[in-house]
Design a protein around this ligand. Structure first.
Ligand code: UDP
Ligand code: MG
Length: 314
């Protein structure tokens, strides 16, 4: 028996797309002859999305619907989807018909030899200036900083082995970094070209402001990767060096004052010395605070990033 598949789909106000999406996924998956389920996560939609999903779920026991109390964002929706998914392989995709379910078999084929398969929208149908250009820059930056080189971090159409995804804790706009986070813990990643369609119904939930949030999240991810276990190593060395230089300056000025009897009150060097000592002490203290936070962070379960109103089919 081949491994079972869960298709996880974050949905926010996509009432026109949902019926088409469901039908087209069904068409593809029924032809594959393997166990599968579809997990829709309704991210607090105010349109008819939930009603439509509820109707689908009533007729099809292979569908799970998780409904959020309010809009928590795509990352939270995906985290909930991972939580409720039972499959050995988890495939994520957008609900707006921009990803093509016909690519799913390709992803499932590829994941036989690796842990994560990432879609690459080579011919992407989005606006150039507001979406594709920022995305190109972001992909370059993320690849460089995380050391995991991918053309299209932003493509939701990806496949993961269950073991990889269950250990990744998501927040912020973090879902796009899953391949990088997974690779740090030893997962292997393959990229496949996928089809991308222009958005037919509804409108995109994002604008250019997302790029900025993604860059900030990238800094967090990088920091967590490098120093989350030893923050004192990030801040300590700088603090010690600056503090030591400040100490030498203070020592020299004390010598001038006490031994040579010179007036040091108006010397710029005095200010520099004081500044460096304070900075140095603060950096070391920051490192120690970081150490305490890191312990709290690693020991606590962390509060969930969403609240569920109800779950159908599980
Ligand atoms: N989405 C969501 N919660 C949100 C925003 C978006 O679940 O707060 C879903 C949305 O319904 C879609 C996917 O995330 O299925 C991607 O959103 P969108 O198509 O607007 O992004 P784009 O393709 O323009 O990057
Ligand atoms: Mg889209």
């Amino acid at each position: 028996m081949e491994e079972s598949v869960s298709i996880v789909i974050p949905v926010y106000e996509e009432e026109e797309s949902v019926p088409h999406l469901y039908k087209s996924i069904k068409g593809v998956m029924e032809g594959l002859n393997r166990k599968y389920e579809i997990v829709f996560v309704d991210d607090g939609s105010k349109d008819k999305t939930f009603k439509l999903l509820e109707d689908i779920q009533k007729k099809d026991p292979g569908v799970v619907v998780v409904s959020f109390r309010r809009n928590f964002g795509q990352t939270a929706a995906m985290a909930a989807g991972f939580e409720y998914a039972n499959g050995d392989i988890i495939v994520t995709m957008d609900a707006d018909l921009q990803n093509d379910p016909n690519d799913i078999p390709k992803l499932l084929e590829k994941i036989k030899d690796c842990d994560v398969v990432s879609g690459w929208r080579k011919k992407r149908h989005d606006r150039f200036l507001s979406r594709r250009l920022p995305s190109m820059i972001a992909n370059g930056l993320i690849s460089k900083v995380t050391g995991v080189s991918l053309h299209d971090y932003g493509c939701t159409l990806k496949a993961y082995r269950k073991e990889v995804i269950k250990n990744v804790r998501l927040y912020g706009e973090m879902h796009r970094f899953i391949p990088a986070i997974a690779s740090w813990v030893g997962a292997t990643i393959t990229e496949v070209e996928t089809t991308h369609h222009p958005r037919k119904f509804g409108k995109s939930k994002y604008g250019i402001s997302r790029t900025i949030r993604v860059v900030l999240d990238l800094i967090t991810v990088k920091f967590l990767q490098s120093f989350s276990t030893r923050p004192i190593h990030a801040f300590g060395p700088g603090g010690l060096v600056l503090g030591f230089v400040g100490f030498l300056i203070a020592l020299y000025l004390s010598f001038e004052k006490l031994v040579m009897g010179k007036d040091i009150g108006g010397r710029p060097l005095l200010f520099l010395g004081v500044l460096l000592i304070i900075l140095g002490v603060q950096l070391v203290i920051m490192g120690l605070l970081g150490e305490m936070l890191a312990r709290v962070y690693h020991e606590s379960q962390g509060k969930p990033i969403y609240t569920v109103k109800r779950v159908l089919g599980r």
